[in-house]
Design a protein around this ligand. Structure first.
Ligand SMILES: O=c1ccn([C@H]2C[C@H](O)[C@@H](COP(=O)(O)OP(=O)(O)OP(=O)(O)O)O2)c(=O)[nH]1
Ligand SMILES: [Mg+2]
Length: 158
């Protein structure tokens, strides 16, 4: 499902760790999908049970080489959130382009039943997005604007 992608775009590199052997690599499930789904690389024999209210770091068994100038955003899957109350606690999780560790998904079970994570289950999705880095400068005063200090609903609701 990547034939339509521009060849001028840099590729996302993926290095598979031993515990992801046999799992499908993340891929765009449809031509217009924003994210690639991340699969749980938990051992077949030791299903991960996320009790109601519990959180867990779910291994993907993958190291990503994200091109410089991009980030990975780990986001929940709406199906898991709607059906099971299972979501990413730190959404969107930030994957830095210079991170070379295993990507993990921080799931939390907000539902009222145990949630069993099986090997290969698609537990989250990762959206690649461009990022800008700006120089950081300390200043004595901030410039005047019409908004000023107004915020947190200052413009009303209607
Ligand atoms: O859901 C996530 C979020 C982060 N990470 C990894 C990749 C990321 O590049 C790194 C650091 O993430 P972040 O900057 O959000 O965490 P931190 O608490 O600021 O840690 P650090 O001090 O290592 O930056 O942890 C994941 O594997 N999954
Ligand atoms: Mg950080």
């Amino acid at each position: 499902m990547t034939e339509h992608l521009s060849v001028s775009m840099p590729a996302l590199g993926i290095v598979r760790l031993a515990h992801a052997d046999g799992l499908a690599l993340p891929a765009y499930e449809t031509a217009g999908a924003a994210g690639i789904d991340l699969r749980a690389a938990v051992p077949e024999s030791e299903r991960l049970v996320l009790k109601a209210g519990e959180r867990a770091l779910v291994p993907t068994g993958l190291i990503f080489e994200i091109p410089q100038g991009y980030e990975g955003q780990v986001r929940p899957r709406s199906g898991l959130a709607f059906k099971n109350g299972v979501t990413c606690l730190n959404t969107p999780g930030t994957i830095d382009s210079d991170y070379r560790g295993e990507v993990k998904v921080l799931l939390i079970n907000h539902g009222d039943a145990d949630f069993v994570i099986e090997r290969g289950m698609r537990v989250a999705q990762m959206v690649l997005a461009p990022v800008v880095q700006l120089a950081v400068e300390e200043r004595n005063l901030a410039g005047v604007t019409a908004r000023g200090e107004g915020g947190f609903g200052s413009t009303g609701t209607a």
